[in-house]
Design a protein around this ligand. Structure first.
Ligand SMILES: *[C@@H]1O[C@H](CO)[C@@H](O)[C@H](O)[C@H]1NC(C)=O
Ligand SMILES: *[C@@H]1O[C@H](CO)[C@@H](O)[C@H](O)[C@H]1NC(C)=O
Ligand SMILES: *[C@@H]1O[C@H](CO)[C@@H](O)[C@H](O)[C@H]1NC(C)=O
Ligand SMILES: *[C@@H]1O[C@H](CO)[C@@H](O)[C@H](O)[C@H]1NC(C)=O
Ligand SMILES: *[C@@H]1O[C@H](CO)[C@@H](O)[C@H](O)[C@H]1NC(C)=O
Ligand SMILES: CC(=O)N[C@H]1CO[C@H](CO)[C@@H](O)[C@@H]1O
Length: 722
């Protein structure tokens, strides 16, 4: 699919040299000043066995739901979409997985239908940039929870493509833009990754050579290794692709990767054009509604105008001209089109995490097992089960708040830059956001992947039923860890930025951190001296303890990484070799700690503005996520001398267990706030009525063929005759 758009675009090399101005970004929301909104559009939850654990909650689940969503209008939009699609037979759930080809067909039909519903109203389309983008993200998320393939299809085929046209193209590409976003005549794809080249976009080998006599580019694939591959929507459906290829001048000069709009199929017949070899990647281990494809170009000609020429153009006569006339706009556009896709992935990942934990928690509260005497006890009463699940519930809430807030900050920056406002330190903000996204996408997607597995195990054998939905959640989410930037590669980019900031802090220079995420590095020498002093768990269960421990941890890991890296350089190793030797226990742990810190920092700021009745439960979840994550860093906390002796680990783990115990009375209502509607959650184990066994019976009995004799019985009985 779409790999490392960021690297491709930065390889276009127009981002350097640009210095623009950007004011500090703050847009506080004031939940606490809100009037009580009417939330009756959220369907009530059916009373049933789960009431026991619902009645103990300290808050109203609908209020928490609104608070996690962040915006009343968007929440309404989401419910409206779910309501409409639930009544549309085209979106009915399948009891049996359809064939791969059938999944592709249904997905394409669903996309067509969604276009017809026009969820993106004129009003949304006409609103401010950040409002519009958030609405589009909400629509995408609402659709993703029903069929992730449709939302991927839509994100790549419509939004990513039209975004890229706006940011990399000029007026002459407006016709493509209109045909995509307004008329939905174009379904696009993104051709970047090649068979033998993924993350390192500079070495892509597909070429687009200018032919001045015919004023065309000739696109060519030298061999199979240079075939573009994993291109979502290419295998069966797209009409156009956004191709990244090396731009070669008639004299042979190579100007590096550029973007081109390339027609692929006749929209009326879906026949591919002559000169193209297009294939489908075949069955994958998830998201099979997406027709990923590969393509080879054989001296394939496209008009000169199809070059996306905002940054650089080729004249009719064959002159390469690069225009840096309006660098701030290009930079702002690049920023948006780089990170928006990954922020979308994080949002979808949050949604998958929320669904997985909702299923496991509702199951845990209704499923009983063992106990003393003859009374079987719900799974949720067991410490071990709480510990297995509640950390992920806390993560689901923290991530949701983090991404909501981060997306706002991000969209505000982009919006300001679009409006041409003179803004401070834009290019520094771009780098900081890139670093944040580069480590947060790995944190969120990996956590969700772990959680999906844990949740499926926590539902035992029943969790293995397709109708539990944990399997589909897991396998459809899984590609997020490698697409739009492989997690391990992305983390290194965050590490590069962090090390630059640390080096600046050591040298007393200014930090390039307009979003203030590492402002504390200025105090790195004092922070390095603090250590664990708590004597009881109450002192650990504080935001202060968690945040200061993270600051210490990041400073420590930065020092470790920096010193190791510098020592290797001093020994004469190249930067490349030095990085190779300091990744495993240094960069990796460093960027993980930084990403957790970011999630906590943004969430904390946000919680403080939320309504009072929600604060206690949100603080508990925040604290559990913080301590549960620090537990995994104990090695480094001891290694660096922050912790000494038995007490710190004992207290930390005791605090985690205490929080789990405390959250038992809240957690079912927390997942009510996290979960979508029953139709969307689509799990036989986790309907909100809590009638686990009735629902299971209905599903088993209603499954086609449950009671039928095998149609092939004759072939297998001993008396089989031909
Ligand atoms: C909305 O679109 C109409 C034209 O369709 C335009 O006249 C109007 O100014 C737009 N409103 C905003 C707020 O952009
Ligand atoms: C913004 O840039 C100016 C000039 O380079 C610098 O002095 C200032 O510290 C920067 N601010 C931030 C928040 O990075
Ligand atoms: C650095 O430390 C000083 C004094 O200890 C404190 O006042 C200041 O807030 C700290 N700055 C940051 C960014 O943490
Ligand atoms: C990376 O480092 C290891 C030793 O730590 C070495 O064996 C290997 O050759 C290095 N790889 C590269 C690509 O430099
Ligand atoms: C630190 O890095 C090592 C090696 O990459 C890994 O095994 C360990 O889990 C990491 N710790 C955390 C908290 O991620
Ligand atoms: C969906 C969307 O709004 N995309 C944006 C992509 O970038 C350009 C600017 O270069 C914006 O104008 C678009 O709005």
């Amino acid at each position: 699919m779409l790999l490392l758009l960021a690297e491709a675009i930065s390889a276009l090399a127009f981002i350097e040299d640009v210095r623009c101005k950007f004011p500090a970004i703050r847009s506080p929301r004031h939940d606490c000043q809100r009037k009580m909104e009417d939330l009756s559009f959220i369907p009530d939850i059916l009373s049933g066995p789960l009431d026991v654990y619902r009645n103990t909650a300290s808050f109203n689940w609908k209020r928490l739901k609104l608070s996690l969503e962040g915006d009343l209008e968007l929440l309404k939009l989401k419910y409206k979409i779910w309501h409409i699609l639930e009544r549309d037979p085209l979106f009915a759930h399948n009891q049996v997985t359809p064939s791969v080809e059938e999944q592709k067909r249904i997905t394409q039909l669903q996309l067509k239908k969604i276009n017809e519903y026009k969820f993106v109203t004129k009003e949304i389309f006409n609103s401010s940039y950040s409002k519009r983008t958030r609405a589009i993200m909400t629509i995408n998320e609402a659709v993703q929870s029903l069929n992730p393939s449709v939302s991927v299809k839509m994100a790549i085929g419509i939004y990513l493509f039209s975004n890229a046209l706006l940011s990399l193209g000029t007026e002459r590409h407006h016709k493509f833009y209109e045909a995509t976003i307004l008329n939905r005549e174009i379904l696009a794809s993104f051709a970047l990754t090649e068979i033998a080249h993924g993350s390192d976009a500079r070495l892509m080998r597909t070429t687009a050579t200018y032919d001045a006599t015919r004023r065309e580019f000739v696109v060519h694939t030298p061999d199979f290794e240079a075939a573009k591959c994993w291109v979502g929507n290419l295998g069966r459906t797209c009409t156009h692709t956004l191709l990244f290829a090396q731009l070669i001048m008639p004299d042979g000069t190579n100007h590096g990767l550029h973007g081109f709009v390339v027609p692929i199929r006749d929209p009326d017949t879906l026949e591919t054009y002559p000169g193209l070899v297009v294939g489908d990647m075949g069955e994958k281990i998830g998201v099979n509604g997406i027709d990923n494809g590969f393509i080879m170009f054989n001296q394939y000609r496209i008009p000169r105008e199809n070059l996306l020429n905002r940054a650089a153009d080729v004249t009719e006569e064959g002159q390469y001209v690069s225009s840096f006339s309006d660098p701030s706009k290009i930079l702002g556009a690049a920023l948006e089109n780089l990170s928006a896709g990954r922020i979308g992935i994080m949002q979808e990942s949050c949604h998958s995490l929320a669904s997985a934990v909702s299923i496991a928690v509702r199951y845990a509260a209704t499923r009983t097992q063992f106990g003393e005497q003859d009374n079987e006890i719900p799974l949720i009463e067991y410490d071990l089960h709480q510990w297995r699940l509640f950390g992920y519930v806390a993560a689901a809430v923290v991530f949701r708040i983090y991404i909501e807030r981060f997306a706002q900050v991000y969209l505000n920056i982009v919006e300001k830059s679009h409006m041409g406002e003179n803004v401070d330190n834009l290019s520094e903000a771009v780098s900081e956001i890139h670093a944040m996204v580069s480590c947060s996408k790995p944190l969120l997607t990996w956590t969700t992947m772990e959680a999906a597995q844990q949740c499926r195990e926590a539902c035992g054998g029943h969790g293995y039923l397709k109708s539990a939905n944990l399997g589909d959640i897991r396998s459809n989410h899984e590609p997020t860890v490698t697409y739009e930037g492989d997690n391990n590669v992305l983390q290194q980019q965050a590490g590069n930025w962090l090390l630059r900031q640390y080096e600046a802090a050591r040298g007393g220079a200014n930090l390039d951190s307009p979003l203030n995420t590492v402002a504390f590095l200025r105090n790195h020498t004092t922070i390095a001296k603090i250590s664990f002093t708590a004597t009881n768990t109450a002192q650990l269960k504080t935001t202060q303890f968690i945040m200061s421990t993270y600051k210490w941890l990041i400073c420590y890991l930065l020092k470790q990484t920096y010193e190791k890296y510098e020592a290797l350089l001093a020994k004469g190793l190249t930067k490349f070799q030095a990085k190779n030797k300091s990744q495993v226990y240094r960069w990796r742990n460093l960027t993980k700690a930084y990403s957790e810190y970011l999630a906590l920092m943004f969430t904390l700021e946000s919680i403080e503005k939320k309504e009072e009745t929600l604060q206690p439960v949100l603080k508990k979840l925040f604290t559990l996520y913080g301590l549960w994550s620090l537990d995994r860093h104990l090695v480094e906390l001891y290694q660096g001398g922050y912790c000494v002796g038995e007490e710190p680990a004992r207290l930390l783990r005791e605090a985690v267990m205490e929080l789990c115990g405390d959250l038992k009375s809240e957690v079912v209502s927390v997942v009510d706030a996290l979960a979508p509607t029953d139709f969307v959650l689509n799990s036989v184990l986790a309907k909100s009525d809590g009638r686990l066994y009735q629902n299971l019976q209905k599903a088993l009995v209603g499954h086609p063929g449950t009671f039928s004799r095998a149609s092939w019985w004759r072939q297998v009985v001993p008396s089989a005759k031909l």
